[in-house]
Design a protein around this ligand. Structure first.
Ligand code: F6P
Length: 328
């Protein structure tokens, strides 16, 4: 570990926003100030670094935000930062402000940027997993997942009421371009008959067979939760096939979309964000670099950023078995 003392740190939120990012920013700012560091907020992710949109943060700058969704620092996906010239500009802007440590709150794309940057320049970077997708290795939890999944559950419970009243087949699409965690958790929690996720190879014949079987047994409610990144490309595509193959089923589709990214963070997301924010600053102070702060078995755990991105979080196959058993 590099024992060089940090004095001024920058914090940014990058990639898709996630409820709880504000709580994490608040924790970084207040912990930094507590330890006598200067803290700077970098606006719109790496764009603010490239364009020198960097503001000094006091404890008052982060007042009344712990309960708010979105991110007061805004977020963006910055193409310029992917180029060496963009990163060089960003470095010079940090140097101009005297920033000698960075906290990056975001998902895999944001961590790739942080890793690249800290391998080229002498500014240590600490990552905090802020993504509703929960697809990062090295942490059982990510900031925003719990809120997103609870938003999905609340919506699906409402859909169930009307689905039940009409004896309909419903396909509910939840977010997750490359990860099925929101689908899996919200599907199990709402009693879905089938859950389709990118991590497993959706077998359409098996799905049709299971729906036909339920029709035969007069199972009244037929709920299928689909992650947007499922092999068939989402709920609309699967509904098309079902309508052709089971015309008798009264099939409807509901795409939950970006409502899953917004809203006030749950208590759990506020806690993990606060916890991780504190440890991000502590990490910079003890000389850690290029690691993500995560939580494994309720304990803080540090994972190299490249490992967090490369390995992803795996979905245990026993979950899919449980889904089948509980839907019978
Ligand atoms: O935040 C992650 C995520 O929700 C993915 O699951 C989804 O595919 C993506 O963001 C969509 O984000 P955007 O509409 O901002 O590109």
């Amino acid at each position: 570990m590099d024992k060089r003392k940090v004095t001024k740190i920058g914090v940014l939120t990058s990639g898709g926003d996630a409820p709880g990012m504000n709580a994490a920013v608040r924790a970084v700012v207040r912990t930094g100030n507590y330890y006598g560091l200067s803290v700077f907020g970098i606006m719109r992710g790496y764009s603010g670094m490239v364009e020198d949109d960097i503001v000094h943060m006091t404890n008052r700058s982060v007042a009344n935000i712990i309960q708010r969704g979105g991110t007061i620092l805004k977020t963006a996906r910055c193409l310029e930062f992917r180029e060496p010239a963009g990163r060089e500009k960003a470095y010079h802007n940090l140097v101009k402000h005297g920033i000698d440590g960075l906290v990056v709150i975001g998902g895999d794309g944001s961590f790739r940027g942080a890793q690249q940057f800290s391998s080229e320049y002498d500014i240590p970077c600490i990552g905090l997993p802020g993504t509703i997708d929960k697809d990062i290795a090295g942490s059982d939890v990510t900031i925003g997942f719990d809120t997103a999944v609870n938003t999905a559950v609340e919506a699906i419970d409402k859909i169930r009421d009307t689905m039940d009243a009409h004896d309909r087949l419903f396909l509910v699409e939840v977010m997750g371009r490359d990860a099925g965690y929101i689908a899996l958790h919200s599907g199990i929690a709402t009693g879905a008959e089938n859950i389709l996720i990118p991590e497993t190879d959706t077998d359409i014949e098996e799905l049709i067979q299971s729906l036909n079987e339920k029709e035969r047994r007069k199972k009244l409610v037929n709920l299928v939760v689909v992650a947007e990144g499922d092999k068939f490309g989402g709920a609309e595509n699967i509904a098309k096939i079902i309508r052709e193959r089971i015309p008798a089923a009264d099939t409807r589709v509901c795409i939950l979309g970006h409502i899953q990214r917004g809203g006030s963070p749950t208590c759990s997301d506020r806690l993990i964000a606060s916890h991780m924010g504190y440890y991000a600053v502590e990490s910079l102070m003890v000389g850690r670099n290029n690691v993500m702060v995560g939580v494994i078995n309720n304990k803080i755990h540090y994972t190299p950023l490249d490992k967090a991105v490369k390995e992803k979080q795996k979905i245990g196959q026993e979950w899919m078995k449980i889904v089948k058993i509980l839907a019978s």
